[in-house]
Write a protein that binds this ligand. Structure first.
Ligand code: HEC
Ligand code: HEC
Length: 354
């Protein structure tokens, strides 16, 4: 009976999902972490549980708020005790399709990403992952869920199970079927206004946006999962860069160690690859639901989509590592309006809000 109910629930969820995936590729699941309705429910509970923080008031959902497309509306994320981090909280919607996680791509999977915030000193702030397990072991409903989802007894629950459940939940946060999708993939020509449709053309051609915010022939993630220096948040690094590069040639770890916290953060993707071309480079973010996720960029430094369009129009902020695909666009006032209008059409179906 229970199995039947679970099956019905799962079919129902997949059916609901099917309508919302226009414009998206199929979600793929890691072999060692197959999806199940019970695992998703467990993941959602863990995601929203404020007990996994030193101050008992921070959960994943504090910074990834469902009605803000799983962002927080702040320039920089705020964790325990009002402490502020150095990066903007990205949307988790459609993160199932990404090939790396965090703005600098330092984690390869949702499973590996989800353990980090718990012990991050300014996010959940826990001293050690064992504190997560302590909360779980003190809660009978968790123990029962872990048993039915993973077939394990209390003493065998570890953080990998927690991570797998959270990742399973995150893979359900899927959003397609925006007005853009209806227009572009379903050929509903009235789904966009004339201005919005002109904006799509500008996005793909004159403004070169789709060079990185990719639209493929049968789906559009609006990211190519690559990293570029587009000139954001580079100021602290600028002066020290020549001497840093000389030092880095001799000993990269030491050169990084000698930078201050802000400068380290501004290295971007370089922190992961140690390749000079990745200095100040960040992952191309998706633009789906972009109207809901202000402020923008890894440091939240641009407040509105108008600011973003003006930023690209002037060719970004020059620096030695600026990607050549960023150049002055010379858009007319009307073209800017059209492009902004187009970005507004990327809001799709929004996964459940609580
Ligand atoms: C204090 C706010 C805060 C909390 C709490 C928090 N996050 Fe985040 N999250 C962020 C910020 C900021 C980033 C980007 C950090 C970076 O790139 O260095 C991020 C990045 C992510 C990403 C990567 C998305 C991408 O596009 O690369 C995922 C996935 C994620 N968080 C999930 C979670 C989960 C799961 C939890 C709970 C275990 C959590 N977050 C808790 C602020 C937060
Ligand atoms: C060379 C690749 C590239 C091109 C071309 C490009 N972008 Fe981006 N875009 C990025 C990267 C990388 C980021 C993240 C930068 C950061 O966080 O500092 C970004 C960030 C953004 C953001 C902020 C997203 C968020 O969630 O914070 C918006 C909006 C955006 N781009 C729109 C556009 C538009 C509109 C165009 C065309 C005018 C464009 N992009 C052209 C690579 C590109």
């Amino acid at each position: 009976m229970k199995a039947l109910l679970v099956f019905l629930l799962f079919s129902y969820m997949t059916a609901v999902n099917a309508e919302n995936t226009l414009g998206l590729p199929p979600v793929t699941f890691p072999k060692n972490n197959p999806q199940s309705p019970e695992k998703i429910a467990l993941g959602e509970k863990l995601f929203n549980d404020i007990r996994f923080s030193t101050t008992q008031n921070i959960s994943c959902a504090s910074c990834h708020v469902s009605h803000l497309a799983f962002t927080d509306g702040k320039s920089l994320a705020t964790g325990i005790n009002g402490l502020t981090g150095m990066r903007n909280s990205p949307t988790l919607i459609n993160s199932a399709f990404l090939t790396s996680y965090f703005h600098d791509g330092r984690r390869p999977s949702l499973e590996s990403q989800s353990k980090d915030p718990l012990t991050n000193p300014i996010e959940h702030g826990l001293g050690h992952h064992s504190e997560v397990l302590k909360v779980i072991l003190a809660d009978h409903s968790y123990i029962a869920s872990f048993l039915s989802v993973f077939g394990i007894n209390a003493k065998n629950i570890n953080l990998d199970h927690v991570a797998m459940a959270i990742a399973s939940y995150e893979r359900t946060l899927i959003s397609g079927n925006s007005r853009f999708d209806k227009y572009h993939f379903d050929r509903q020509k009235t789904a966009l206004s004339f201005s919005e449709a002109r904006g799509l053309r500008i996005f793909r051609r004159k403004a070169n946006c789709a060079n990185c915010h990719e639209i493929s022939w049968d789906n559009a993630l609006f990211t190519d999962n690559r990293f570029y220096n587009i000139g954001i948040g580079f100021d602290e690094l600028r002066i020290t860069l020549p001497s840093f590069l000389i030092q880095a040639k001799a000993n990269v770890s030491e050169a990084i160690h000698n930078l201050n916290t802000v400068q380290k953060e501004q290295l971007g993707r370089f922190i992961v690859t140690h390749k000079p071309k990745d200095i100040g480079a960040y992952k191309t973010p998706t633009l789906r639901n972009i109207s809901l996720t202000a402020p923008y960029m890894h440091d939240g430094s641009l407040k509105t989509l108008r600011d973003v369009v003006e930023y690209y129009d002037k060719g970004g902020k020059p620096n030695a590592y600026l990607n050549p695909a960023i150049f002055p666009l010379h858009l007319t006032a009307q073209e800017k309006e059209d492009l902004i209008a187009f970005l507004g059409t990327l809001t799709g179906y929004l996964p459940d809000s609580h």
